[in-house]
Design a protein around this ligand. Structure first.
Ligand SMILES: Cc1ncc(COP(=O)(O)O)c(C=O)c1O
Length: 210
């Protein structure tokens, strides 16, 4: 393996890369990740770390899985992309959709593929609007989310997110996102005598709906 000039790379990083949730103190001495194997990440200094988050919950079966790299390479060489808009279909998408319906809970009989979590939530918001329009209730556009919940980087998912630091510099929010409490025992306020935190959160959700 070629030796990396870590200091030059980190200078270029500062010059050319924008990092989400940036603060200079957090990025004063960033890890330069160069390798992963299973649940282990290695940085440019050769230090190994347990990848406890599976990166961003997206390396679910570990790093360095050659069979995945080979399947991706084979598919890219065969057909790099095809649209999934009405009028087109492709073999891997059909097979994956069928497989997912086999392993998901029984009433999940169809899937809609997206590129990530924020896009999935956006699609869910739109699906709910579509549903209520077909039911003759187009005024039903409110989405209830929880305090402390994180839902993604886009404007609507940011508006659903219940963490003030994520929204402050990007307001105004998309309207019709309503927040309720999270059943988070450590910070919970407003439990009535005889209620558990979970029961109080359920009651407050009901109050929010009403
Ligand atoms: C609960 C939850 N929803 C949505 C997202 C957004 O996903 P993405 O970053 O893939 O858009 C995340 C990402 O961390 C998440 O944890």
């Amino acid at each position: 393996m070629t030796t990396l000039d870590v200091s030059a790379l980190l200078t270029e990083d500062r010059q050319h890369l924008l990092h989400p949730l940036y603060h200079p103190a957090d990025h004063a001495a960033p890890h330069l990740w160069v390798r992963g194997s299973g649940a282990t990440l290695t940085d440019a200094a050769g230090r190994e770390f347990i990848d406890g988050l599976s990166c961003l919950w997206n390396v679910n079966i570990g790093h360095g899985r050659r069979e995945l790299a080979e399947a991706a390479a084979e598919q890219m060489a065969t057909l790099a992309f095809s649209t999934n808009y009405a009028g087109s279909a492709n073999v891997p998408a059909i097979r994956l959709a069928r497989r997912l319906t086999e392993i998901a809970y029984p009433n999940l009989c169809a899937v809609f593929f997206t590129s990530g979590g924020a896009e999935s939530n956006e699609s869910a918001f739109k699906t709910a609007r579509f549903y209520w329009k077909t039911k003759g209730r187009p005024e039903k556009v409110k989405i209830i989310a929880r305090q402390y919940a994180y839902h993604g980087v886009t404007l609507a998912t940011m508006s659903a997110t219940g963490i003030p630091g994520y929204t402050k510099m990007f307001e105004p929010r998309v309207p019709n996102f309503v927040h309720t409490v999270a059943p988070y025992a450590y910070r919970f306020e407003g439990v009535k005598p005889g209620e558990s935190v979970g029961q109080a959160a359920a009651r407050m959700l009901e109050e929010t709906i009403l």
